[in-house]
Design a protein around this ligand. Structure first.
Ligand code: AKG
Ligand code: FE2
Length: 356
């Protein structure tokens, strides 16, 4: 995302961690949802998010089969767990520890990095645009990390947690490595030029959002992050621990994405839905909360370089299949999203505004 885009800003709301630090007689009204029309939660033994193995994608023997599996995963789920990648568990664990330490710091220490008007970066909550908007049971810190010149270091925790900045630098570079290689295979699965995609992501941007979901006395009536599709090209998520929370909508049911050790959850974002001309869908997903303990996740939104045009790939357009989405420059795409965020919610999903 380039720097001249106006991201809009968020109204400050109380920290959920501070809220639960006091004895809580009842969950405040602003967090309570109407769950009457909600989709059911699927039976975990019947519906399981696909697992893709990077070592198989790279192996001459298993490559073809695994690319087919990847294609099916992107087409039918839009989300999968990636195992067998080469990123060291240690560097991921170190970022997880720093993130947990950050959320466990005192309110005053965290407020040093609070979001400021006119910017979405920093510690707080995302996109609170009106005083009567329902709130999410989540504290977060959002930081642009790659390219390095886009970093707003005033929002990057400095003395405490010790070495937070180094850990985030290493973590985001590791996530870029994973993105560069998996996007190449995703392009290949679509029959597109893998190298061109990997290069676009080599020079792409990477925004990191660390989420903290405190325990909630009424987990069924609140939501950690409400249902949405990501505006990224792809998103990489790591869970800091083994507490499930992420759910994806599949055939009208919410399916838990169970954390697996050293696995990275990959989901298709709206940019790749457009590029694939709808063959792959950016899935709706959300974060649920639990009664027992904090859940932490780290989410990296991956974008191609700013020369990349957000439009259906020409190779996928032919007499049988016409372009279903508009063509936009990268900057037009991001600006159109943030323009919509500033409006009050008209109920139209962002992806629908991109359709022809
Ligand atoms: O924390 C999670 O499980 C989901 C987070 C997410 O979807 C997001 O930050 O966009
Ligand atoms: Fe998301």
């Amino acid at each position: 995302m380039s720097n001249n885009i106006n991201l809009g800003s968020s109204i400050p709301v109380p920290s959920v961690k501070e809220l639960v630090a006091q004895p809580l007689a009842a969950v405040p009204e602003q967090y309570l949802r109407d769950v009457a029309g909600d989709c059911p939660t699927g039976d975990p033994s019947l519906l399981q998010v696909p697992v893709i193995d990077m070592t198989k994608l790279l192996s001459p023997m298993f490559h073809e089969l695994e690319v087919q599996k990847l294609h099916d995963a992107c087409k039918h789920w839009g989300i999968f767990q990636l195992i067998g990648h080469e990123v060291y568990d240690e560097s991921v664990k170190s970022m997880h520890n720093k993130s947990q330490e950050f959320f466990n710091m005192s309110p005053d220490e965290k407020k040093l990095y609070a979001q400021q008007p006119g910017s979405l970066e920093g510690y707080g909550q995302a996109f609170v645009i009106s005083e009567d908007q329902k709130l999410e049971w989540c504290d977060m810190i959002f930081l642009k990390s790659i390219p390095a010149h886009t970093r707003k270091l005033q929002f990057w925790p400095k003395q405490q947690p010790h070495n937070f900045r180094e850990a985030l630098d290493t973590y985001s570079n590791n996530m870029r490595k994973i993105a560069v290689s998996i996007i190449g295979f995703i392009a290949m699965a679509l029959g597109l030029d893998a190298k061109r995609f990997s290069e676009a992501f080599e020079g792409g941007s990477y925004d990191v959002r660390m989420n903290c979901y405190p325990p909630c006395p009424e987990p069924k009536r609140v939501i950690g992050i409400s249902s949405h599709a990501d505006i990224s090209a792809i998103t990489l998520l790591t869970d800091c621990g083994d507490i499930p929370g992420l759910q994806v909508l599949k055939n009208g049911q919410w399916v838990f994405v169970e954390p697996i050790a050293n696995g990275v959850v990959v989901n298709i974002g709206i940019i790749m839905e457009v590029v694939s001309n709808g063959i792959y869908k950016a899935p709706y997903h959300r974060a649920s909360v639990n009664r027992e303990k904090d859940r932490f996740s780290i989410v990296t939104f991956c974008y191609p370089d700013t020369k990349f045009e957000v439009k259906p790939a020409e190779q996928l357009i032919n007499s049988d299949s016409t372009a279903l989405y508009k063509s936009l420059t990268y900057d037009e795409y991001t600006q159109s999203f943030y323009d919509r965020v500033k409006l009050s919610d008209d109920g139209i999903p962002f992806i629908d505004t991109l359709k022809i």
